[in-house]
Design a binder for this molecule. Structure first.
Ligand code: SAM
Length: 246
């Protein structure tokens, strides 16, 4: 019988080994083509108390401290990820903890910024997390996050189909049907949750956030010239980047 992978796929040894070899994990933030766009969306970080939701190896947590953040709390479901983040960090103002964002509780008005990269599409209940984050921020506090773009998530698997001339196409199926999506990425049947852009943004508005900026990340011509394998990312949006404010 085929086993259903738990949400905590990052503790699967084969998945973790593959994931650890991704350029963005070997080279850190500069290995992620969307990083310059995210950086532009972040508020000034000096003196800020930050929570990094799904902190992974802790690359962003450490960078935020280098920008002068007062303290960073990095949270992640995976023991593998938290161990690695702790091993790579020498900074008493960064604390890493194992936590499930599906059931997370945070102290009220304790943070100036909540940040999350490529994690919230693993959550079944995005609305709950958004409400928890809203309460945990001080008035005026920021919430900046990235997720897999809902169009990318709804595209056919294995993400492209050859047309009759052999060209890659990315048909989108069932965009309006929200909920579980499974993908084969370093492991079979990795579980993610599809939500439309409307649901994603309305969850923020419903919780009381003001939306500041929304980017549908696509690589720049300069990035494609340096890394030609990025060229197909202009065919459909891969990542959704959102900046909101309490
Ligand atoms: C693609 S990685 C991104 C890690 C990091 N933010 C980065 O950009 O390098 C997704 C992370 O989300 C974490 N994650 C997935 N589901 C989670 C949950 N329910 N609660 C907390 N973390 C979760 C995984 O363990 C993993 O570290």
């Amino acid at each position: 019988m085929e086993s259903i992978l738990a949400q905590n796929v990052y503790d699967d040894p084969d998945f973790f080994a593959g994931y650890s070899r991704l350029p963005r994990q070997v080279h850190g933030l500069d290995g992620a083509p969307e990083w310059p766009a995210i950086r532009d969306m972040l508020p000034p970080l000096a003196g800020k108390r930050i929570v990094d939701l799904g902190c992974g190896f802790g690359w962003a947590s450490r960078w935020m401290r280098e920008q002068g953040a007062a303290a960073v709390l990095g949270l992640d479901l995976s023991d593998n990820m938290v161990r690695r983040a702790k091993a790579d960090t020498r900074d008493a103002a960064i604390e890493y903890r194992i936590a499930d964002l599906e059931t997370l509780e945070l102290p009220e008005a304790a943070f100036d910024l909540a940040y999350s990269a490529l994690t919230l599409h693993y959550l079944r209940d995005f609305g709950r997390l958004v409400r928890v984050v809203h309460k945990a921020l001080v008035p005026g506090g920021g919430f900046v996050f990235t997720i897999e773009h809902p169009i990318f998530m709804a595209a056919a698997h294995p993400h492209w189909i050859a047309d009759e001339d052999g060209r890659k196409t990315w048909p989108v199926n069932g965009y309006s049907i929200e909920g579980e999506r499974r993908t084969d990425w370093f492991a079979r049947g990795v579980l993610k949750y599809h939500r439309t852009i409307g649901t994603t943004l309305n969850s923020l508005i419903g919780a009381g956030f003001q939306i500041r900026r929304v980017e549908e990340f696509s690589p720049t011509p300069g990035q494609i010239a340096r890394a030609p394998e990025l060229a197909e990312e202009v065919e459909r949006p891969m990542l959704l980047l959102v900046s909101a404010c309490r």
